[in-house]
Design a binder for this molecule. Structure first.
Ligand SMILES: O=C(O)CCC(=O)C(=O)O
Ligand SMILES: [Fe+2]
Length: 256
């Protein structure tokens, strides 16, 4: 099931040679105007009403680099202190939060990120439009941005199962820059979580080893989690010593 990571010592995402101005809002917007999302999609049925959709070449390379540079320079990235298992810890990646006005506030791990307006970042509206066009019926109204500066930055196992997203949230995740591995594992069932002791419990654990999936999320890719994925599965982006350049990830969500 779990596929192997294909990171090599070389930069897997060499930049195209072009003369775009990296931090210009106009360049980032014009580059995007010319493309149509590629149709190739891989759908993974996780069972019991959970599904993933992977579009490896959602944004063409050059437009994706323009967006990467814009986001890297213009987003007011912050690395907040959060509470994990009763302890304070600096979040192991940069984040920023953007949302419509008047929504329920996002709070996680004792932290409430400031909600920026879409109007501050016109490029984010362009990316949102492209995501909406690729996913008919979607109505994303908030966005959590993550920046992994090096391979030491990560997101640990979690599910985006906050009640403000409802029981079956659709989450669309767009990746720019360094490719990183994205892992999914099935949440333990009740019998796995408290297996008891003795031979019967050991056997039960053996037959139900956790299911796991791995995706190498490339520059310009889109991954959608839907159905009961947040209820039944956890995901993570582990540390990777060989990932030496930054990765920016955008997760679009709908606050109900
Ligand atoms: O960086 C990623 O691909 C995942 C980020 C994530 O899981 C989150 O923001 O909740
Ligand atoms: Fe997540």
């Amino acid at each position: 099931m779990a596929s192997r990571l294909r990171l090599s010592g070389e930069n897997p995402n060499p930049r195209p040679r072009s003369n775009y101005t990296p931090d210009s809002n106009d360049a980032a917007r014009e580059g995007a105007a010319e493309w149509k999302p590629e149709a190739r999609r891989e759908v993974t049925d996780l069972g019991d009403g959970s599904e993933l959709v992977h579009v490896p070449r959602f944004v063409p390379r050059e437009a994706a680099w323009e967006w990467f540079d814009y986001l890297d320079k213009r987003i007011p990235w912050a690395r907040p202190t959060i509470r994990v298992f009763g302890r304070s810890a600096v979040q192991p990646r940069d984040i920023c939060y953007v949302s419509d006005e008047g929504l329920t506030d996002l709070k996680y791990s004792g932290h409430q990120p400031h909600a920026h307006s879409w109007d501050e970042f016109p490029v984010l509206k362009d990316i949102l439009k492209a995501v909406h066009e690729a996913l008919p019926g979607s109505h994303f109204n908030s966005l959590l941005l993550n920046r992994y500066k090096t391979g030491s930055d990560y997101v640990s196992w979690h599910a985006d199962d906050e009640s403000l997203y409802g029981p079956t949230p659709e989450i669309a995740s767009v990746t720019f820059g360094c490719e990183r591995e994205f892992l999914l594992r099935k949440k333990p069932t009740r019998s796995q979580a408290s297996p008891g002791s003795g031979e019967a419990a050991r056997k039960r654990l053996k037959v139900s080893a956790p299911q796991q999936h791995s995706f190498l999320l490339k520059h310009g890719s889109l991954l959608v989690m839907r159905g009961y994925t947040q209820r039944d599965w956890q995901h993570s982006v582990p540390k990777r010593a060989k990932a030496s350049s930054p990765r920016i990830n955008l997760t679009f969500r709908q606050v109900l």
